[in-house]
Design a protein around this ligand. Structure first.
Ligand code: NAI
Length: 312
């Protein structure tokens, strides 16, 4: 999708943090951009910026778990801009904690937004993109927690692995069409994720009583919060927004931002390879599976190139 100018993008969670950074990059490159978000205050704040910048951005209040409202939002976008070309499934919440302390309400909350919200976007908007026949693209924000498991992060890891697999499958199934698919896996980015996770948790999915688990306090005597929480060192939404734009234009399957996570992915992939038995133990089965070809060997992975420096 080299030429995005004049095309239309629909960005969920687009009023804050990473989604806002992506919306800014897309709108600045001439795209009509809908920012869809569940928080009206965040939408209003974002529109102050977009109004001053005089960009073609339209705010929509939307909870991505509400399918009827999502359909109406897609209709409204088409009525306003004609066609939707790019869907950015970015709305997400951070539900942390070790798996043994999770409740059904925690799972329903995290899975509902981080997985079902993404599926809703694909089921509602992909047919519209395919129908108009012009170039299009779908990006879903996963995380580095979607490619290596991080401790004490059960629901988040699970949902982010799920959408990574979904986007790899989508990219495979969309081969031969004019629509591409990417999974975006950023490391730490300055955003409002903690605050907005609380704001987006509906009453009926709140746990009763005190939390079953709290994050461990910083090491005693350190005086300060641990370095991970020095958000001044986090990447900015604008930086990662530009990277996502570039990923869309290059049709990258994987859009990554933080080289620091490369070693963790290498170690995980090596563990996967070590886990296979060395030799096939049944010649006939081996011959049968070898005939499966691309069913067990997917060529989409070979197309991935190296994006170069973040600001290059
Ligand atoms: P953010 O909280 O600043 O932005 C997320 C936006 O999504 C918020 O405005 C929120 O209101 C909206 N949202 C949440 N639930 C929604 C729903 N049901 N319907 C519509 N909108 C909803 O947080 P951030 O960090 O920008 O998060 C964006 C995405 O990036 C999330 O999917 C998150 O998991 C992912 N991510 C964030 C990282 C970070 O370090 N900030 C790292 C890796 C991934």
């Amino acid at each position: 999708m080299e030429n995005v100018k004049g095309k239309t993008a629909f960005v969920t969670g687009g009023a804050s943090g990473i989604g806002l950074g992506i919306a800014r990059a897309l709108a600045a490159h001439g795209m009509n951009t809908v920012i869809a978000d569940s928080r009206q205050d965040a939408l209003d704040e974002a529109m102050v910026y977009f109004g001053k910048a005089n960009l073609r951005v339209h705010p929509l209040k939307l909870d991505v778990t509400d399918r009827a409202a999502y359909t109406r939002a897609a209709d409204e976008t088409e009525a306003l801009f004609g066609k939707i070309h790019v869907l950015v499934n970015n709305a997400g919440v951070a539900v942390g904690g070790p798996v043994q302390f999770t409740s059904f309400k925690d799972w329903d909350f995290g899975v509902g937004i981080n997985i079902m919200g993404v599926i809703n976007g694909i089921v509602i908007i992909l047919p519209r993109i395919l129908k108009h026949g012009e170039e299009g693209h779908i990006v879903t924000t996963s995380s580095t927690a979607g490619i290596t498991a991080v401790g004490m992060n059960a629901i988040y890891n699970t949902t982010k692995f799920a959408v990574a697999g979904l986007m790899e499958t989508l990219a495979t199934d969309l081969q031969g069409t004019k629509v591409g698919a990417s999974v975006f896996c950023p490391g730490p980015v300055a955003s409002n994720l903690g605050k907005s996770t609380q704001a987006n948790r509906p009453e009926h999915l709140k746990n009763d009583g005190p939390p079953a688990w709290r994050p461990p306090p910083p090491p005693s005597g350190s005086g300060n919060r641990p370095p991970l929480f020095d958000t001044s060192l986090f990447m900015t939404p604008e930086e990662v927004g530009e990277r996502v734009l570039r990923g869309i234009m290059r049709q990258d399957l994987f859009i990554f931002t933080h080289p620091e996570f490369k070693e963790g992915v290498r170690v995980r992939n090596e563990a996967l390879l070590r886990a296979f038995p060395d030799e096939p133990d049944n010649v006939k089965r081996h011959e049968l599976l070898a005939r499966f070809g691309t069913l067990i060997y997917n060529p989409i992975y070979e197309k991935q190139t190296t994006p170069g420096p973040l600001n290059g």
